[in-house]
Design a protein around this ligand. Structure first.
Ligand SMILES: Nc1ncnc2c1ncn2[C@@H]1O[C@H](COP(=O)(O)OP(=O)(O)OP(=O)(O)O)[C@@H](O)[C@H]1O
Ligand SMILES: [Mg+2]
Length: 295
């Protein structure tokens, strides 16, 4: 469980973070992810449609599913963007009341046993989340790595008892349906890096499935730039590197196929390559960044 004194961290099984938004963290997660503007626009518009008109849609049951799926390879920003969505939604809807961000992480569930986690999921979907939905005007639930719950029945792995797998995914699906009916002010954002493993019954419940991809050249350069700009905010001497667009592009050309996480960490990788830089990050030079690409 993340210990962060800005966040409430109540002991709800499977919940790794709970944030009441807007908060002093602002839109740090949303702003930090660089993707095609169309993806952010689609995501935000869908969330606002779902959450700003709960009463109207309550009168039209089934018209709108309040489930969004973000899929894509590891390190492409799914989890960060999902949390960031709650931040912008909270900002947009601030006049109508707070937004509670609930991050559900299957690995935060105490048991690895499917049978046990099935009960935990049911408890989460039937008790904890509806209770939060009564306390907060808007709730955004991020279910990270949803494939761990909603395993496609037809390809359940041999290690797990297939009957348990069926039960676990049924429990999620039925629990989701009950949650959506009971709590119209809840939006669920599920992330997965293995869309093939998610149950069709789950994906068909989503009105919006967005795929994030490995960043293209221009985006990669921007991610490297963002990372350097952040460091330059602490060590001013790095300012020249942070504003050197040619450098960012040259580096990006050498990092074809890198995911967002790797690109983002490149400057830190360079800093951790030597004792001198580790102690004096302000001494970072372009050559260190190039060395870090191939290190
Ligand atoms: N498109 C991007 N722009 C900027 N930063 C990015 C991008 N993609 C990933 N990152 C950075 O990489 C790190 C990992 O991102 P995140 O955990 O959101 O990815 P993920 O897709 O959920 O990965 P995983 O599938 O491994 O859970 C974060 O620090 C994030 O800021
Ligand atoms: Mg993730």
């Amino acid at each position: 469980m993340a210990i962060d004194h800005h966040h409430h961290t109540p002991p709800i099984h499977g919940v790794s973070t709970l944030r009441v938004l807007p908060d002093e963290g602002g839109m740090r997660n949303w702003d930090r992810i660089i993707v095609d503007a169309k993806i952010k626009t689609r995501l935000l518009s869908h969330a606002l449609l779902a959450l700003a008109h709960e009463k109207e849609f309550y009168a039209l049951p089934g018209a709108l599913q309040r489930l969004v799926i973000l899929s894509g390879p590891p390190g492409t920003g799914k989890t960060t963007l999902a949390a960031g969505l709650a931040e912008v939604v909270a900002n947009e809807l601030a006049e109508k009341g707070d937004t509670c961000l609930v991050e559900v992480n299957p690995h935060a569930l105490p048991s690895e046993m499917l049978g046990e986690s099935q009960r935990n999921v049911a408890r989460l979907l039937d008790n904890s989340l509806p209770e939060l939905a009564l306390r907060y005007p808007h709730v955004v639930v991020v279910i990270d790595e949803v494939e761990s719950f909603a395993v496609r029945r037809s390809s359940a792995s041999f290690e797990a008892n297939p009957i348990d797998v069926h039960r676990a995914s049924d429990a999620v699906l039925e629990g989701m349906d009950r949650l959506m009916k009971r709590s119209p002010n809840v939006l669920v954002v599920a992330t997965t890096n293995f869309p093939g493993a998610i149950d069709e019954a789950f994906t068909s419940r989503a009105d919006l499935v967005l795929s994030l991809a490995i960043p293209d050249l221009e985006t990669s350069a921007q991610i490297i730039a963002l990372s350097l700009v952040e460091l330059a905010g602490i060590w001013e001497e790095i300012g020249d590197l942070a504003s050197n667009g040619d450098l960012h592009r040259q580096l990006a050309e050498l990092c074809v196929g890198w995911d967002g996480r790797q690109l983002r960490r490149l400057p830190l990788k360079a800093l951790s390559a030597s004792k001198e830089l580790a102690l004096n990050p302000g001494k970072l030079k372009a050559k260190h960044l190039f060395q870090a690409v191939t290190a």
